[in-house]
Design a protein around this ligand. Sequence first.
Ligand code: ZN
Length: 385
Amino acid sequence: MKKKKKYFYLKLLLVLIVIIVILLILKFKIFTKEDYSIELIDNLNIEINSAITNLDLVKSYKNLEIVSTEEKIDTSTLGEKTINLVIKDKSDEQHDYSFNINIVDTTIPIIEGKEEFSTTLGNKIDLLAGVNVTDNSNEDIEASIEGDYSFDKVGSYKLYYVAKDSSGNEARKEFSLEVEDANLVNDEPQDDGQEEVIEFTTSKGFKGVTKNGVTYIDGVLVVNKTYPLPEDYGNGLTSTTTNAFYEMQAASKLENLNIYLSSGFRSYSTQDRIYNNYVARDGKQMADTYSARPGHSEHQTGLAFDVNQINDTFNDSAEAKWLANNCYKYGFILRYPQGKEDITGYKYESWHFRYVGVDLATKLYNNGDWITLEEYFGITSSYEE
Ligand SMILES: [Zn+2]
């Protein structure tokens, strides 16, 4: 009996010793864990082509020294990438530390293109010809068209440009296509070889000619309240105009400015709709100060367009100031300058530009004191009524 009790106490003592030793080991381990730590930034999904270094990825570290020198990470390709760091602990021992990052693309492409197209029945136009898509990745991204339309059916179509990069980021931009009845075009009198030509000389001595309802002065197409266009004239911005615009837009980008087309070509029927909406809202007298009657809009020439916000909030923007002082270098004029309302017949429009070629544009720029087409040629701008 006595012997049995002695054994029991011995066993108990042994168990106690083992428990104490285990606790000591655990305690020691916990201490060392707390002493050294390295914490990486929360999101190791890094956007493609972003400028980042290996040390930017470390959020914090404790009781360690990062031995690696700062190095730019190549973020030009998508996918996983292993980053290696060399760290040193308190005992001056160096360790390799490596982890993975993921290069991703989450930015949607930017689409630039015309917002309005107009054509006549059966006359196909290339809706993607002037579209420009850019993206932060290095991929070539193509735009496509979404929506149903037919060049063989009269209608107003609401369509979308769609651009998708290989990571699935998709951009969409709305535009409209008007397919109009071609009868007017087919019945044109000049098809029978009957050209109507009226020649005249302006008050400043320039030679003018009106051919089948289209007026050129000194070779420059002129449209204002005095000089209209025939109903069937025009079918989109001319390539000279869009090319010059894109050149100007590229130059403005270097100045960190964002200039985009808001309204380009407008057909006679589109302008008819727009003008009559304004007349219904503000009355004819008021509408005539800011909107052209159908056939009198420069937008029907294919040589004029509006950029950015088409209202007075654009007037004081950096973009408007830059355009007013630089557009002439690309062949454009500020068509309706401030203070020339009685001459042009329209209120100041900081957003409306007209292509006339670099030579004439430079003359009209006049070191910032814009001369209007009406003043330069010596012509009027007023409706017959
Ligand atoms: Zn305009």
